[in-house]
Design a binder for this molecule. Structure first.
Ligand SMILES: Cc1ncc(COP(=O)(O)O)c(C=O)c1O
Length: 384
């Protein structure tokens, strides 16, 4: 079939996401798929049982637009315990269809034609198109992946009357780096006295290593009062396909967020919300998640010891950047395709997380995989 008119694309430069492309290529070629970020192991059995039980109990109709009350209450308790922050479950917490929807809705609710939004590159790929489609202008700050992560002087220079939002992401995809308390305090100082909203993408909040603590904006009261905090159950409970997340925000911001949320999603899968509310009580799951993935990271790196890849330290998330410059000087997008087709390991080329050409030679590998999967991949990578 063919549309008979001309298409006036709102996103002319946007194609299919790299995650879809590389996962598709991995499927086609039978390569070990360490590209897209999802676990290849099962979700906790109890979570499956709980979901079934709520379906059988008849909780199969629309949940409230804000999310199941019990889930919001338990999240409020969790956030207070972890970050000493008080959010009212009625007015300051909302359940979303994953973090992607939360981010899109937040941008949609606040970014207007001509507004500027500061993001840090390499940047997760859903921020920029959402800004563009609402007529906003993305202002880019390059991060230093191998040293002090953010040069806040650069951020300061970009801030002006048009700056509506700053989007941060810690622990950071794709680099695996994390922001520290000093970063947060600098951000707080820079935004103090402005109308700037912080959109804080914290989907990997529980996946942090080597004794470090996640520095949620929620821990910093002066930052929390201007922030929308985004989380994803998918990353925490190994169920990325459920697409359920949540946001925390002061009530004035939440009011605006909900105006949009009610018309682009309205509400989220009901039985899954009740199951998650119960499973949240099993705190050891998220409290031990960092150690679980730290072991995965260590296993992957041990398997690669002596390889020709240079390791970029991963402090959090379930991603590992590997520098392949000793092996090839091809562009990372070409090399990632060749690695998938000829070597049999799919990864993500990091240059796609930049708006302009990037000459780094990094590939991102996801280690949220069974040890056997990591072993299979490493065996192939060790031959290079
Ligand atoms: C940094 C970051 N933000 C947001 C998301 C989207 O999360 P969700 O699957 O809950 O929409 C991801 C998923 O990979 C991510 O890595």
């Amino acid at each position: 079939m063919k549309f008979p008119g001309s298409i006036h694309s709102k996103l002319p430069k946007v194609g299919t996401t790299i995650f879809t492309v590389m996962s598709g290529l991995a499927r086609e070629t039978g390569a070990v798929n360490l590209s897209q970020g999802f676990p290849d192991f099962s979700i906790p059995e109890r979570l499956v049982e709980l979901t079934h039980s709520y379906m059988r109990k008849g909780l199969n109709q629309y949940s409230p637009m804000q999310g199941a009350p019990i889930l919001r209450e338990r999240l409020a308790e969790k956030v207070e315990e972890l970050y000493s922050a008080k959010y009212d479950p009625e007015t300051e917490i909302n359940i979303t269809a994953g973090a992607t929807q939360a981010i899109y809705t937040a941008i949609s609710a606040f970014v207007k034609e001509g507004d500027e939004v500061i993001i840090f590159e390499p940047a997760y790929d859903c921020y920029d198109p959402a800004i563009e489609i609402h007529g906003g202008k993305t202002m880019y700050v390059q991060m230093n992946l191998s040293g002090e992560l953010i040069d806040w002087e650069k951020v300061k220079k970009l801030i002006n009357q048009r700056t509506r939002m700053i989007i941060i992401n810690t622990p950071h995809n794709p680099s695996g780096r994390v922001m520290n308390a000093a970063d947060m305090l600098k951000l707080q100082k820079l935004t103090d006295g402005t109308d700037i909203i912080i959109l804080s993408d914290e989907v990997y909040e529980h996946i942090i290593f080597d004794g470090m603590e996640h520095q949620s904006v929620a821990r910093f009261p002066k930052l929390a009062e201007r922030s929308i905090v985004v989380s994803s159950f998918g990353k925490t409970y190994h169920n990325t396909g459920w697409k359920i997340g949540h946001v925390l925000a002061p009530k004035e911001l939440m009011k605006e967020f909900r105006k949009v949320h009610q018309f682009n999603v309205f509400s989220v899968n009901t039985p899954a919300q009740y199951a998650l509310a119960d499973f949240l009580l099993e705190k050891e799951h998220y409290l031990e998640l960092g150690a679980f993935y730290e072991e995965k990271r260590n296993t992957f790196l041990k398997l690669l010891e002596g390889s020709n890849f240079k390791v970029q330290p991963s402090e959090g998330t379930y991603f590992q950047l590997l520098d392949y410059s000793k092996i090839s000087d091809e562009k990372d997008t070409d090399y990632a395709v060749r690695l998938t087709k000829e070597v049999g390991v799919a990864s993500i080329p990091v240059s796609v997380f930049y708006h302009e050409k990037n000459e780094d030679r990094f590939l991102r590998f996801c280690f949220a995989k069974e040890d056997e999967t990591l072993e299979k991949a490493a065996e192939k990578l060790m031959k290079l």
